[in-house]
Ligand binder design. Structure first.
Ligand code: NAG
Ligand code: NAG
Ligand code: NAG
Ligand code: NAG
Length: 778
């Protein structure tokens, strides 16, 4: 036995010490049970143990020192138990091979050992939620560190030199120091933290001084929390330039100068309980598709003036809290139209006049208006004084007229500016190659404590079945190797079966921490949203949630294509020179026609056109009746005027041998690139030779090889295994009728110059003709 996984059951009692006798074990996963008692010392006898996960149990006592000495360990997690004791000072020398160390959510005390700096392979370090004290040692040597969570301890800052040292951790994406007693002011060396940093959490602490403008250097920040500190002065405008910042919490400080910067993309802004003054900013995160403010907290400041009319653009907002300020004027009518709004708190201001009656104002629990002396309403729901009769409606009419005039004067010009900003926004997003359509996705990032956000992020047509992280863990037997079908740098595909379901499914789990992983999820979602074609794979279910470590988890679930990939058919294992499966000639024509039809649809029937960018036999799957389906749209791009010009082949995401030559020369991504890949695939279908076959050296390529034999000797290039006996072998008529036109089509698709290649519409029409004629005669 090498692999023992009993994760997420209801096992209770203590871990039997005899487990230590199973010396062959390399992995022990007992997390998420109800195990109690001590961690048996005998586990340390398993000298080959690589992975030990005992997290989310009720284990007590201290971790046996012999376990802290197991040099074999790569992965060690005892998080979320009730363990006590100190972390031994030598841990970094004995467990020097660790990649993941999770001791969080226990009752550990003492200091953080400086020897951790010796775990040079460490990627994830979680010591959060303990009672560790003292200062944080320098961890700058951990060049692979991706996540560092030291939150909820009693750590002190001293000179903040540990933060300066983290400049060398260039892979760092998450840094949490929240809930400690860090004091003094933030060092400007924050400017040198990893550009990859997405999550930075520094509150609550006792940090004083002002917010360093250098924070604007952390261009990938997604979430920034500095709440409940003693920060004063202004909010630097550099924060407004953080284009990826969606969540900002500056609540409960002493900040006094308000932010004029344009947080155009923000999702959640919390400026509450500061000393901010002046009028409310008229523009706030309101433009653009896929963005839009969800939650806005400005309560407990000293804002005065009216609620800006432009806030009618807050169409995605669910929560607005403006209570405890000095706002005056009326309660604007546009709040009635904001149909996403769930909570509106305007209490303790100086608002006056009639309160609107429809929309959110029909739900008395959703609106808080206490402490405004001048408000009235004719609706009994709001428990306000009744508005004075006739004169009330007269003022109303007057008010409406003046609103209309103001709108014409003020709203119209900014609207044009608004559309320009919108266009600019769309262009930049397209340039980045990803389109954050999925609002739900970001919401799930926003509420990281929600264990599950089942809601489909990108799907609005048909309700998808719900699948939880636990379901996926069970279906894939904890992502076991046995269940793995394939793995690339952006995701792994597993085969599994859900408890509720009879049929097998393919589960694609995205590697969100790898470059491109997130983008490929977003684009696959977008493809799901916008395509419908019998030869294109679409997910049947998705899972967007948090994993057991509270990290984001995204998976798409597809029908399992029982006949696997075209790759496996074309290049199947050979036994004594006889391949274990062979495609007939007719099947090859049908597959080519199916793929052409999918590409024709993507290029010519979708607006904007969708370019696959990674067409190859591996991405063509065959269902039970051998119908081909195009899959893996993780590198796909929607064509748009501002689409990025690839700087290298890596940017295209294509595969050597199939990727169009112009992409290597910095040409724009275009439909012609897919046509080229299709040509290669067609020639491969006919010849049974990969474009990367050993025979293609010294300038010879699959296309050149076919071209050199064309047309007279094409019989010699055909895949020798092709089962075409049923058509009397390679008769001359058969060659002329099918093979010559197919090879010609493959060659025209792979022309060097994009201008010389046909469009997918023509290719598809030709192939349909050939297929029809073949089926008729056979
Ligand atoms: C496990 O090994 C110990 C010696 O290390 C031995 O005393 C014990 O009987 C073994 N237990 C089992 C259940 O085999
Ligand atoms: C940031 O790093 C650069 C290059 O290593 C260094 O010269 C500079 O002093 C650092 N800045 C701060 C504020 O530490
Ligand atoms: C911001 O931080 C404060 C203080 O910890 C907290 O109460 C509040 O919920 C946070 N705001 C948001 C929007 O999460
Ligand atoms: C708005 O903020 C105030 C002050 O912190 C708080 O008392 C109130 O509950 C908040 N309103 C809503 C609707 O959450």
């Amino acid at each position: 036995l090498k692999f023992l996984c009993l994760t997420e059951n209801f096992l209770s009692g203590s871990i039997p010490p005899s487990l230590g006798n199973v010396s062959s074990l390399s992995s022990i996963f007992l997390g998420q049970n109800r195990l109690s008692g001590l961690i048996p010392e005998t586990l340390s006898h398993i000298t080959k143990l690589l992975e030990l996960d005992l997290s989310f149990n009720s284990l007590s006592g201290s971790v046996p020192s012999s376990i802290y000495n197991m040099t074999s360990l790569r992965y060690f997690s005892v998080g979320s138990n009730t363990l006590v004791g100190q972390i031994p000072s030598h841990i970094g020398y004995s467990l020097s091979n660790l990649q993941l160390l999770i001791l969080g959510s226990n009752r550990l005390n003492g200091l953080i050992p400086a020897s951790l700096a010796n775990m040079l392979n460490l990627q994830i370090l979680d010591l959060s939620n303990n009672s560790l004290h003292g200062s944080v040692p320098s961890l700058g040597s951990l060049a692979n560190l991706r996540e560092l969570d030291l939150g909820m301890n009693l750590l002190e800052a001293h000179d903040w030199s540990f933060l300066t040292s983290l400049a060398n951790c260039t892979q760092l994406t998450k840094l949490s120091l929240r809930g400690n007693v860090l004091n003094g002011s933030l060092p400007i060396s924050i400017v040198n933290l990893s550009r990859r940093l997405e999550y930075l959490s520094l509150g609550p602490n006792q940090i004083s001084g002002s917010i360093p403008v250098e924070i604007g250097n952390l261009v990938n920040l997604f979430s920034l929390g500095m709440e409940s500190n003693f920060l004063y002065g202004s909010i630097p405008s550099s924060i407004g330039k953080l284009r990826n910042l969606y969540i900002l919490n500056l609540s409960k400080n002493k900040l006094s100068v308000r932010l004029f910067a344009d947080l155009l993309f923000a999702w959640s802004l919390d400026f509450s309980h500061n000393n901010l003054t002046g009028e409310l900013p008229p523009v706030l995160g309101t433009y653009g598709i896929g963005s839009g403010l969800v939650s806005l907290h400005m309560e407990g400041n000293r804002f005065h003036g009216q609620i800006p009319e432009r806030w009618h653009l807050l169409v995605s907002t669910r929560q607005i809290n403006l209570s405890h300020n000095d706002l005056s004027g009326v309660v604007p009518k546009f709040f009635e139209q904001l149909d996403k709004l769930e909570q509106l708190d305007l209490s303790y201001n100086n608002l006056e006049g009639a309160v609107p009656a429809s929309g959110i104002f029909t739900h008395s629990a959703a609106v808080v208006l206490d402490g405004n002396k001048g408000l009235c309403s004719n609706s009994p729901r709001l428990a306000l004084p009744i508005c004075p009769g006739i004169s009330g409606s007269a003022t109303k009419v007057k008010h409406h007229l003046s609103l209309l005039v103001t709108s014409l004067l003020i709203v119209l010009p900014p609207l044009t500016i608004g559309s320009l900003v919108l266009i600019w926004f769309m262009l930049t997003i397209w340039k980045k190659g990803s389109f954050p359509f999925s609002r739900w996705d970001l919401v799930s990032k926003m509420f990281p404590n929600r264990r599950e956000v089942h809601t489909a992020p990108c799907h609005d047509e048909k309700k998808l079945k719900r699948v939880s992280y636990e379901d996926i863990v069970k279906a894939t037997n904890w992502f076991s190797l046995v269940h793995t079908i394939s793995s690339t740098c952006t995701g792994s595909v597993y085969v599994g079966r859900f408890k509720s379901d009879k049929s097998l499914v393919a589960i694609k789990v995205f590697k969100l921490n790898e470059p491109g992983g997130y983008d490929s999820y977003l684009i696959e979602c977008e493809v799901l949203r916008s395509t419908r074609h019998r030869n294109i794979m679409r997910p049947v279910t998705l899972c967007s949630t948090l994993d057991s470590q509270n990290h984001e988890f995204k998976a798409l679930i597809f029908e399992l294509m029982v006949n696997g990939s075209l790759e496996a058919w074309l290049h199947s294992e050979q036994h004594n020179g006889i391949p274990d499966k062979v495609l007939g000639f007719g099947q090859r024509i049908c597959i080519a026609a199916d793929v052409a039809s999918a590409l024709d649809y993507a290029h010519n029937e979708l607006t904007p056109p969708l370019i696959h960018c990674d067409l190859k036999p591996n991405n063509v799957l065959l269902d039970d009746d051998m119908t081909a389906r195009l899959s893996d749209f993780g590198s796909a791009k929607f064509l748009s005027p501002g689409l990025v010009i690839p700087k290298s082949l890596d940017d295209v995401g294509g595969t050597i041998g199939y990727v169009a030559p112009e992409y290597g020369m910095g040409c724009e991504i275009s439909v012609a690139g897919d046509v080229y890949s299709f040509g290669v695939l067609l020639l491969e279908l006919l010849t049974g030779k990969r474009p990367t076959d050993d025979m293609f050296v010294d300038g010879l390529s699959l296309c050149k090889f076919c071209e050199s034999m064309f047309p007279d000797r094409v019989a010699e290039i055909l895949d020798p295994h092709m089962a075409h006996e049923e058509h009397q072998g390679c008769t001359e008529a058969w060659m002329q009728r099918y093979i010559v036109p197919l090879v010609a089509l493959g060659l025209s698709c792979t022309m060097e110059s994009t201008k010389d290649r046909p469009g997918m519409k023509d290719v598809c029409a030709k192939l349909s003709d050939i297929r029809a004629s073949f089926l008729e005669l056979s």
